[in-house]
Design a protein around this ligand. Structure first.
Ligand SMILES: [Ca+2]
Ligand SMILES: [Ca+2]
Ligand SMILES: [Ca+2]
Ligand SMILES: [Ca+2]
Length: 235
């Protein structure tokens, strides 16, 4: 075999490799998502053990929901556990809500853009799949000034940073205590030392609650306490 032949073979091999490694314009699937405000990790780019799927939930031909899964095992042992789900709620092509899941597949955190201006303004925190706290930027200025704490799915305390003395850190200066969906007690820190200087109470509700507690404790058939002023006194 001549030297020329060897060179030709080498050139052919190189050109073959080049073709294989070249850009593949036919690669389909997901549409480009560079500016879709997605928050979920990107498979391959962020983590190779991830897999994504997209959904068109309203049938308009555009993806509005994207889910990212973590892949465990191989072959028949292979299984997917959801890691993140993001959705475009107002169909403007940008994702407005992203929910992140823990290793057990239960929700851990959810970030939402409630006014669709491109910035997240609500963050929900979960513990064992249960909602425990929500951070809110209520006036959409980029500062989260409200925290709502939940117990058994219902708000039981609201903390607010009204003065915003520290632009980077949340420092509560108002505490609102909720019972039965109503704020019954409000503590306000006026001088910024972290301690309550003024308490405001819902007097009507406190009186009503005391009355109900007393009635619940009392043996059946006993009359009302005479120290409790009420409508019944008019009889
Ligand atoms: Ca759609
Ligand atoms: Ca949107
Ligand atoms: Ca927003
Ligand atoms: Ca704000």
């Amino acid at each position: 075999m001549t030297r020329t032949c060897l060179v030709l073979l080498a050139l052919l091999a190189v050109s073959g490799c080049k073709k294989d490694a070249g850009p593949d314009s036919s690669a389909g699937g997901e549409t480009p998502e560079a500016d879709d405000h997605g928050r979920c990790p990107k498979p391959g780019e962020d983590d190779r053990a991830l897999e994504a799927s997209v959904y068109d939930t309203d049938g308009d031909g555009k993806h509005d929901v994207r889910k990212v899964f973590r892949v465990y095992g191989e072959g028949r042992e292979r299984r997917l556990v959801i890691l993140c789900r993001e959705a475009d709620l107002n169909r403007d092509g940008r994702k407005d809500v992203a929910r992140f899941y823990g290793e057990d597949g239960s929700p851990a955190r959810e970030e939402s853009d409630r006014n669709f201006d491109g910035s997240f303004d609500a963050i929900a925190h979960y513990d064992g799949g249960r909602l425990v706290m929500k951070e809110l930027d209520e006036d959409f200025d980029g500062r989260f000034e409200t925290r709502i704490y939940y117990e058994d799915g219902a708000p039981n305390r609201i903390e607010r940073d009204l003065a915003g003395r520290d632009p980077k850190t949340f420092r509560a200066d108002r505490w609102e205590y909720v019972e039965g969906g109503r704020v019954v007690r409000i503590g306000t820190d006026l001088d910024g030392d972290g301690k309550v200087d003024r308490w405001d109470r819902d007097a009507d509700l406190e009186a009503q609650r005391r009355l109900e507690e007393r009635r619940a404790r009392r043996p059946v058939g006993e009359s009302d306490d005479e120290d409790e002023p009420s409508d019944e006194d008019a009889e």
